[in-house]
Design a protein around this ligand. Structure first.
Ligand SMILES: *Cc1c(COP(=O)(O)O)cnc(C)c1O
Length: 392
């Protein structure tokens, strides 16, 4: 072999004993030992990898781990797909389930991107009906009136108002009318709430948030417990290019190890921040599932084991007061994401929900003076101290 060929070849890799951590497999394709083996792997007769967009050992490990967490305690296996973003996961699910059109029944206060996606899909034959999914009469009216509702899409707790929907009740009702229930479990994580156990059909995640936990990558996931349903996602997953990459999968695998202890600390700190804000004269309202007076406390008690790290509140004095408050923050960071280990503050009206016309946003209850806080795992006195000096 010539030297110019030798430089191109990979060296022999020694696999003596396994690495202690899941390896990051950075390869776009996988080698077939023979043409027969290649055909068998392509046909699924033999387990194996083909091409990076279809899966990869690192990506599969992340998908399987998230599926195992969502399905923990269930008597059937769960299946996962790792996606390039939370939006890729949501788009893959909606496009797959609403093939040839159909209607999605959903709520008003949704992640801004999901709301925009649903509006965008209306020009592609997928209709959106918006209602309050906590109102049992309203949901039943919608389901009874509109026979082509194929998906009920729910976020609980919702973004940014932390409203909580009874997933067990909603799933029973949706199934009665032949619709599937898709739950965005990004806010709660499987540590706090397991929608599939409550009867939901599909869970989607933006793993960008709590599952990664450290703000180091954008990715998403789809989980369901029905193999036939998972098969329905595969063509869109593979052909629309929404599959995730090994680096992000590896970062998520790393973050997941501390998810349970991070969530405990997030919840403890958020409870203290919520109580502090409740008693502040310059705060008009606080939205947090752990507050005794929460409108959905029955649902919360039923389906959440803790109350989460997310809260939002209304600054007394309107938009100007809210903006002044945010500009005075020193310890907390003003940034449009959530679920990282440090405390993050976002202004829905100008950031995550700026794409929604003001009038429509107001009907959803997302006011100009609403501030969203992703409470971190720092010493809570530092978080409280910063809020104190910024509220003034
Ligand atoms: C961030 C987020 C998404 C979108 O996820 P990306 O990873 O940013 O694409 C969807 N749902 C919720 C609740 C989110 O917070």
């Amino acid at each position: 072999m010539k030297l110019s060929s030798l430089v191109v070849r990979d060296p022999k890799v020694n696999h003596y004993n396994p690495p202690h951590q899941v390896p990051l497999v950075a390869a776009s394709s996988f080698v077939f030992g023979s043409i027969e083996q290649g055909m068998d792997i392509f046909d699924g007769k033999e387990a194996g990898h083909v091409y990076g967009r279809f899966g990869n050992p690192t990506i599969d490990a992340a998908a399987e781990k998230i599926a195992a967490l969502e399905g923990f305690g269930m008597d059937k296996p769960c299946y996962g797909l790792f996606c390039s973003s939370g939006m890729a996961a949501i788009a893959t699910v909606l496009l797959s389930l609403c093939e040839g059109g159909g209607t999605v029944l959903t709520q008003g206060d949704l992640y801004g991107g999901t709301s925009s996606l649903l509006d965008d899909l209306s020009s592609r034959g997928i209709r959106r009906i918006t209602t309050d999914l906590r109102n049992t009469e309203k949901i039943e009216d919608c389901l009874a009136d509109c026979a082509d509702i194929c998906v009920v899409y729910v976020e609980t707790p919702s973004n940014p108002l932390l409203r909580c929907t009874d997933l067990e009740y909603l799933s029973d009702l949706a199934h009665h009318y032949g619709a599937l229930v898709v739950v965005d479990n990004t806010f709660a994580t499987p540590i706090i709430q397991q929608p599939l156990r409550l009867g939901a059909d599909v869970v989607v995640h933006s793993t960008t948030k709590y599952l990664n936990g450290h703000g180091t990558g954008v990715a998403g996931a789809i989980v369901c417990h029905d193999e036939a349903l998972m098969q329905r996602f595969l063509p869109t997953y593979r052909l629309f290019g929404g599959s995730g990459n090994p680096w992000d999968a590896w970062m998520v695998l790393n973050g997941l190890k501390t998810l349970a202890i991070r969530m405990e600390r997030h919840c403890e700190n958020a409870q203290q921040v919520a109580s502090y804000l409740c008693n502040h004269s310059k705060v008009a309202a606080v939205h947090y599932p752990g507050l005794a007076g929460h409108t959905d406390c029955g649902t919360i008690r039923k389906q959440m084991s803790m109350h989460g790290g997310m809260l939002s509140f209304e600054v007394a004095g309107g938009l100007d007061a809210a903006m002044a408050f945010m500009n005075r923050l020193k310890f907390c960071t003003l940034t449009p994401t959530l679920g990282d280990v440090d405390t993050l503050v976002l202004h829905p009206a100008t950031m995550s929900h700026r794409g929604i016309p003001r009038e429509q946003r107001m009907t959803y209850g997302i006011k100009d003076e609403l501030v969203r806080v992703s409470v971190g795992i720092e010493a809570v006195c530092d978080i409280l101290g910063d809020l104190e000096q910024a509220i003034g």
